[in-house]
Ligand binder design. Structure first.
Ligand SMILES: Cc1cc2nc3c(=O)[nH]c(=O)nc-3n(C[C@H](O)[C@H](O)[C@H](O)COP(=O)(O)O)c2cc1C
Length: 229
């Protein structure tokens, strides 16, 4: 593939990847799960320490327990306007994948970095996010739908899920990816203009948004996001 085609293919894939919050119960072939992890393991990580582990949840009992724990300790998003309406739920999805962080890997970071807990947390948050995004892109490339689910890393939920699965103390849950087939197509997405977000060389305050512009846009994205849940 030449560079132009490669770029077009990548942009198409990136636009195709969307957060789906309602799934059919159609099964996902096992080889697709392996393919998702195959892509993720090539993600860049701090000092190439690759602190990730992947836990695939397919067993209905285990899924039910995880959903129950998340119902008890989440969901984090509460919108009074939507309280009365049924919320979308990932619970019918055939596969959940927990991405774990093994903090012991930080011993492989250079010089004195492992001693600086805040810096390690920063480096590992970025490293795990890379692997996680690769997973979502791989799922999209395979025609699957996926959801990035964060409530699994809330302390009470994380404790409960670690116990359900038997995850050792030293590992933590980064986030959970829900995988399956979309029950409905996603709504169109709003994104910021390329000219507004691109800056060259020397910049000043005038090059960036005003407080009001930031707040107005944040209100817009918040309303959009709420409408998707
Ligand atoms: C760090 C992070 C955490 C997220 N957590 C959740 C979540 O807990 N539940 C959810 O439904 N979507 C979650 N999302 C998905 C975002 O809401 C979604 O990416 C955003 O609304 C843009 O929509 P899109 O993914 O369809 O492009 C998360 C995304 C990121 C990057």
């Amino acid at each position: 593939m030449d560079n132009v085609n490669q770029y077009d293919f990548l942009l198409h894939l990136v636009k195709e990847r969307r957060t789906i919050r309602q799934f059919t119960s159609d099964p996902v072939p096992d080889e697709y799960i392996t393919k998702i992890i195959e892509v993720a393991r090539w993600a860049p990580s701090a000092f190439h320490t690759q602190p990730w582990e992947f836990v695939i949840i397919k067993n209905q009992d285990v899924k039910t327990k995880i959903v129950a724990a998340l119902e008890q300790y989440g969901p984090p998003i509460k919108d009074p306007l939507k309280e009365a309406l049924p919320r979308k739920s990932f619970k019918d999805a055939p596969v959940f994948i927990l991405l774990l962080c093994d903090w012991r890997a930080s011993i492989g970071l250079p010089s004195r970095t492992p001693e600086n807990k805040a810096q390690v947390a920063n480096l590992y948050c970025s490293s795990l996010a890379n692997a996680f995004l690769y997973m979502h892109l791989a799922a999209t490339a395979l025609g699957l739908a996926s959801q990035w689910y964060t409530a699994t890393s809330r302390p009470e939920a994380e404790r409960a899920i670690k116990e359900i699965i038997g995850i050792p103390e030293v590992l933590t849950i980064y986030d959970m990816m829900v995988v399956g087939y979309a029950a409905n197509p996603p709504d169109p997405k709003i994104v910021r203009d390329i000219d507004e977000i691109t800056h060259y060389d020397n910049c000043g305050e005038q090059d960036f948004r005003t407080n009001k512009e930031v707040t107005d846009y944040a209100n817009k994205t918040k309303a959009w996001c709420m409408s998707q849940h």
